[in-house]
Ligand binder design. Structure first.
Ligand SMILES: [Zn+2]
Length: 88
């Protein structure tokens, strides 16, 4: 495996309005809704990839997290995606 994650941190998103906060709050300051904070783990400081075949897996992981669409545990990704979105 040729990836390394520098550091992860938790952020909190309001599931009602989508605003992001660095800590949990009982009430969202933006929309005023109670108990709508959802914790998410994010990569702080970027991600270093030395093997181009990991590109597709990282892209799928980011999309999975963004859209809350889980990737089944028995699925494997191997592929290189260029800057022009060319898939190899
Ligand atoms: Zn909110």
């Amino acid at each position: 495996m040729a990836t390394s994650v520098k550091k992860t941190k938790s952020v909190w998103f309001c599931s009602h309005c989508g605003n992001e906060y660095s800590k949990w709050m009982g009430r969202c300051p933006a929309c005023g809704e109670w108990n709508t904070m959802v914790e998410k783990e994010v990569v702080a400081g970027g991600l270093r990839i030395t093997d181009p075949a990991c590109d597709l897996a990282v892209i799928c992981a980011v999309l999975s997290s963004t859209f809350d669409y889980p990737i089944p545990a028995d699925v494997c990704f191997a592929g290189e995606v260029g800057l022009s979105a060319l898939f190899k």
